[in-house]
Design a binder for this molecule. Sequence first.
Ligand code: AMP
Length: 280
Amino acid sequence: MLIYKKAKDFISYLHKNRSLSKSIGFVPTMGALHAGHTSLIKKAKLENDISICSIFINPSQFNQKTDFDKYPITTDKDIEILSNVNCDVLYLPSVEDIYPNGWESNSKIDIGNLATIWEGKFRPGHFDGVVQIVNLFLELIQPNKLYLGQKDFQQCAVIKKLIAIQQYPIEVDICETIREEDGLAMSSRNARLNSVDRQDALCLYKALFYIKNNFLLKSNEVLLEEAKTFFNGNSNIKLEYICIVDRETLDELPILKENAVALVVAWVGEVRLIDNILLY
Ligand code: AMP
């Protein structure tokens, strides 16, 4: 696997391969890689001439400094994992290389409502940071195909909108959420759960599957009220939101509709976890 830390060397590699008409599949990550990430990389590898993974913990998308400071860093292990799945290229830039003049200086791309509801409301500025870094990487790498995980449902919607606004000729593949055997969605943040948290964390999956299993039987309002009970009576768990929304607009759905997805976010101990499930 080739590893590029400096944009200059990476750009000449990209130029060379673009002139040879090689197709590129790109997987952006923040590292601390797990089977969710490798599922994306394997797909990128299978469907393109070149698979590129980036690892960059983007400071501009963290609305809480403690979350940024505590984000797990496992670079040596990540390199081993990427080599084992035969990823072709790892782009591993430093914060100084990406933002030589700081991240506040870059101009913003307005994504509209998709970036300000739900996660946008609870994590102000988060999607500005996501849009900033993803746009920078897409301009640099110009992949044919971008691989994203459904686990970060709103992030997928925001990035699809970014690509539409910028008119990039990039196909987006939203890949299924990879779960632990007991249903917990894999996440780099799971490494921060202690053994009690790890058990408590199952409430997200249980609530989502309760909604999915009863979706055709009850109203959305009743379903959400009942799903909230999975988070009650345990001081280690704090539900931030659970909702049933339209997959495209992310607007709340008061009544049963085909194009629905349930989103959930909860704090378990000191870790903020996110998950979702497609209904229908
Ligand atoms: P992250 O490193 O958390 O920024 O994630 C990088 C990419 O991996 C994003 O597109 C995520 O949605 C995706 N991803 C994270 N966890 C999972 C998972 N459990 N299953 C599938 N994709 C995932």
